[in-house]
Design a protein around this ligand. Sequence first.
Ligand SMILES: [Zn+2]
Length: 364
Amino acid sequence: MSDQARIFSTLKELSEACGVSGFEEEVRQLIREKMEEFSDEVSVDKLGNVIAKIKGKDEGFKVMLAAHMDEIGLMVKHIEKNGFLRFVPVGGVNPVMLVGQRVLVITRKGKIRGVVGTRPPHLLTPEEAKKAPEIKNLFIDIGAKSKEEAEKMGVRIGDVVTLERDLVRLGNGSIVTGKAFDDRIGVAIMIEAMRALSEERPLATTYAVATVQEEVGCRGAQVSAFKIHPSMAIVLDITAANDVAGVEERDYIVRLGAGPAIKVMDVISGSFLGLIAHPKVRDLLIKTAEEEGIPYQLEILVGGSTDAATIHLVREGIPSGVVSIPTRYAHSPTEVLSLDDAVNAVKLVTKAIRRVRPEDLSYQ
Ligand SMILES: [Zn+2]
């Protein structure tokens, strides 16, 4: 199987699975099985992070890879008398992306289908019709006639909801679209990088962590970094490819298909939270890309961050960098990315881990 075909099938399987922040069970089991094929050890920690280990020639020199397995979603907060479900967002959900979508409600009796409904347009005042939809005005229609029927179907307050969307190819086949590429593509790349490292062991003992609860504040990453206590961390996550119709080139951030992005800095809008990529890690990634002939872009993102935002502040500080996958329409059911960027990200991460030596990370 080609590298691209392998990424495609892993991403398809992972992105179609459910794993809303804090409720990652389904996707966790898939990741665990895949990691067990080639890892020396696979464990699940107390918060639900999957931690896979490949022993290097030096067991004391530890490198951590991280990619989050959770996805944004919804949570049922109220069942109406007439069977409709009201919900709250889990993570950064844009209500515009919800209207007209099919969803899956994960109940204790299994998954049930629903659609996101809103008040019929002809009942809105002209003022209301002009406004973007608000979550409080949306609901899920599961086809139940009453609260009792919804409850009989298994629905209960606190059930989480994901979008229902298959992964398909666009264009010549290297472009794909689907849901939850944020960050199942990072997990797929991490799995392939670990597979490659298991075939020819590097110096560094490498831990791959599929983290939980990134979308609600990078929580799983923080505790797993504490446990592993690595000398360096590389996070794999998506970043905004704004190279679409109507956007000026200076606002692209990165472009689809132009190679994985090496993060320089990111910041969550209106805060000081985010990451200044550790210069030694950033330069290791740049040097690796240049010497190995791997295309790359440099990324500065204002308006979001990754697991590295918490990892680099654990214990006495962990030199951290990020390899990002350019992705259009993040946090929508129609995310778009290039599998070529993903294949190159696998190469970049694998080669960087093979190269890194403890002295590369020190300021002394
Ligand atoms: Zn993400």
